[in-house]
Design a protein around this ligand. Structure first.
Ligand SMILES: [Fe+2]
Length: 457
């Protein structure tokens, strides 16, 4: 059976053993979808509102300026017309010559923007009004106020220094409002284009600056996911740049702390493994080979990274319980007595109890406890059968048994690879999980077994 080996470097590179719960995976994080609650949108919308307010105020200010300008121009024109009328009407007013007053007044109203014009004598009686119905009326309170939308200007009719009447001209403001409308319509296109470009600039510039914050946010997320291989490149001297450099410094400190923890953990595990092997000179290198074969099998079975790490620790420490076995039993030259065998069979349970105070190694302890359970239920300490035995324990059992066959023991010499394979084949479905046996032979076809034992055979 040919199986594929996954190219996961961390799995077989045992220099990177980490305590369970410590992840050396590169954290992945999803990109946050842009929403109205994101900083990018908040800043963009804020500046857009500001842009609209500024453009609106500029528009109103311009229109106000034009209104004042056109109104003053209108007043000047009305003043000019009233003055002309007053000058032209001096003699007719003095002579009360109605026939001449009419043409003089009407000549003023020929222009489109003149709403009305009239002449009054010194007793406020209307001598002639362009609206002829009002001719002859008396304005007791003087020149009446103009109606809405009219610029009204009066000029005294003076003869030899004496005011003999008043000329009044009313100028329609329709021309001014029409001009204002034309101006407003003419401003829409350039203001629209300017506002559009302004909005585009706001979104682009906001993106440039907010992106730096987003990168920092992603880095913080990655750090929160356990990825310490993350840095933020930002050399600017502003707040975000300083924050980024502070973040990088914090990550570096965390990395140093993590490496120290890893180092301490590895040294602790190595010390325990050394303690086991020191007790039995025949098992030198045994734990390391069992761990390597176990990991390769776990990879083929498809165990996840976290369980592989636990399996690796369990494989290294699987015989740690032998520390607690009576002196002289472990490594004894010759067969064990019944009592010694019973003592020796306690080592899986002792190993589990040794690790029990370590909360992060609870599963490791469980796998160690069952690493001598046989697939057919004839193993110890609990006589578990088939899938009731934790898969990592079944894996360690196979790797442990094969390594025992391949190395010299006090009571026999090492078996040949072929003989050991025969034993494994014989134990298929009895001592060993049949599926793991198949994987084991596939591992040999890949040359991995020879790679582990080539130096020692
Ligand atoms: Fe064992």
């Amino acid at each position: 059976m040919k199986t594929e080996m996954r190219s996961d470097k961390n799995l077989l590179d045992r220099s990177g053993i980490l305590p369970p719960g410590f992840s050396d995976e590169v954290a992945t994080f999803s990109r946050n979808e842009a929403s109205v609650f994101s900083l990018r949108w908040k800043v963009s919308i804020s500046f857009s509102v500001l842009l609209f307010v500024v453009v609106g105020l500029l528009f109103l200010a311009f229109m106000r300026f034009e209104w004042i300008f056109l109104s003053r121009e209108g007043e000047k024109r009305a003043q000019s017309l009233a003055s002309n009328l007053a000058v032209n009407a001096r003699d007719p007013v003095l002579a009360q010559d109605d026939l001449r007053l009419g043409p003089i007044t009407e000549s003023i109203t020929l222009d489109d923007d003149v709403r009305y014009a009239y002449l009054m004598d010194h007793r406020s009686r209307v001598l002639y009004h362009s609206n002829t119905e009002k001719t002859g009326q008396v304005f007791d309170k003087g020149v009446p106020m103009p109606e809405r939308g009219v610029i009204q200007v009066s000029a005294p009719v003076v003869v030899e220094g004496v005011q003999v009447g008043t000329a009044v001209v009313g100028l329609s403001m329709n021309h001014i409002t029409d001009a204002m409308k034309s101006t407003a319509v003419g401003l829409i296109l350039p203001l629209g284009i300017g506002t559009g470009l302004g909005l585009l600039g706001i979104f682009l510039l906001t993106g440039v600056h907010v992106r730096r914050v987003e990168l920092l946010e992603k880095a913080v997320q990655a750090l929160g996911s356990g990825n310490l291989d993350v840095r933020v490149e930002d050399r600017s001297m502003d707040e975000i740049g300083r924050l980024s450099r502070g973040f990088n410094g914090m990550v570096s400190q965390l990395l140093r702390t993590r490496k120290q923890i890893e180092k301490n953990f590895k040294e602790t595990i190595s010390a325990l493994a050394e303690a086991v092997e020191a007790k039995d000179a025949y098992t030198r290198g045994h734990c390391d080979r069992v761990a390597r074969i176990s990991l390769a099998l776990a990879q083929m079975v498809g165990l996840d990274i976290e369980r592989c790490k636990e399996l690796e620790l369990a494989a290294i420490l699987h015989d740690v319980g032998k520390i607690g076995v009576q002196e002289g039993v472990v490594g004894k030259l010759g067969p064990l007595s019944q009592d010694e065998t019973r003592d020796m069979r306690c080592h899986p349970d002792i190993g589990a109890r040794i690790l029990s105070p370590l909360s992060s190694l609870q599963k490791v302890g469980l796998y160690i406890r069952h690493h001598h359970e046989h697939y057919d239920g004839t193993g110890y300490p609990d006589g578990l059968q088939g899938s009731a035995i934790p898969l990592p324990s079944r894996i360690i059992l196979l790797a442990d048994a094969f390594d025992a066959m391949m190395t010299d023991r006090p009571y026999r010499a090492a078996l040949t690879k072929e003989r050991a394979f025969d034993r494994i084949r014989e134990g298929r479905g009895k001592q060993f999980d049949p599926r793991l046996v198949d994987y084991f032979f596939a591992l040999d076809e890949d040359g991995y077994v020879d790679a582990v034992y080539g130096v020692n055979r």
